[in-house]
Design a protein around this ligand. Structure first.
Ligand code: PML
Length: 233
């Protein structure tokens, strides 16, 4: 299998990214699809597109996706209350949840911030964050999500990230989209991928925070988040 990664930027500012794990005979078609995506992204026309194709030599782990539950909220206040409730049920203190919302609302990070339950930020590069890489979903899962209207194209990519991080022992993930117009975000825990509508307002920035236990082996976790290949089924 081969990993294909794309990132697009303008004046050094990140616009979009995508990643797939495919068979050799799917490489060409996939490259075309993700380059098209870079060229048509609502965040703007890139002046730089990087596509990297690599053979995966490590064993790929296949895991089940988290159950997808959509919670409809009438506005941002209600949405954030719901998100807090789910995070609090996982033992995450109020002040740490507020701090996580501040981080995602500020935006501008390409990857995720990692917070322990004391509120310490553990990602080595605070500007960039940690990017979860070497993941994809099966065609069957993608089709199921879209056909059964369990979510959108964005859900397909996000469920891969969320399922991998929770599988690796992250307590919970909080996410809003860096697409200005995409207002549905999510909280992921061992109990599911909770899509929450109106988690931010249109035009606002987004981001990701992973909550981890205080005794986490952070080097090992980051290494696996970035490098261990997973296909989500
Ligand atoms: C959803 O399932 O609709 C929420 C997806 C959030 C995607 C975040 C992103 O843009 O990567």
């Amino acid at each position: 299998m081969y990993s294909i990664k794309m990132r697009a930027s303008k004046n050094g500012k990140h616009i979009s990214g995508a990643e797939r794990i495919v068979n050799k005979d799917e490489i060409e078609e996939t490259v075309k699809e993700i380059v098209r995506r870079a060229l048509t992204h609502e965040n703007g026309m890139p002046d730089f597109i990087n596509v990297k194709i690599e053979e995966i030599k490590e064993n790929i782990e296949y895991i089940n996706h988290l159950p997808i539950i959509t919670i409809h909220c009438k506005d941002k206040e209600e949405a954030r209350e719901k998100a807090k409730e789910i995070l609090k049920n996982e033992g995450i203190p109020d002040n740490i949840i507020d701090y996580a919302f501040k981080i995602i609302d500020k935006g501008g990070m390409r990857g995720a911030a990692i917070l322990n339950l004391k509120g310490e930020r553990l990602e080595p590069d605070k500007e960039r964050g940690v990017r979860v890489k070497n993941i994809d979903t099966t065609k069957e899962l993608k089709e199921k999500i879209l056909k059964e209207k369990l979510g959108t194209e964005r859900t397909v990519e996000a469920i891969a990230i969320a399922s991998k991080v929770i599988h690796l022992g992250v307590v919970a993930e909080l996410c809003t989209s860096d697409n200005k117009s995409y207002t549905t975000g999510y909280v992921a825990t061992k109990n599911g991928y909770f899509r929450i509508t109106n988690l931010k307002k249109e035009g606002e920035s987004g981001g990701r925070v992973f909550f981890v236990k205080d005794d986490v082996n952070i080097e090992d976790l980051i290494n696996k988040l970035e490098n261990k290949p997973f296909i989500i089924k």
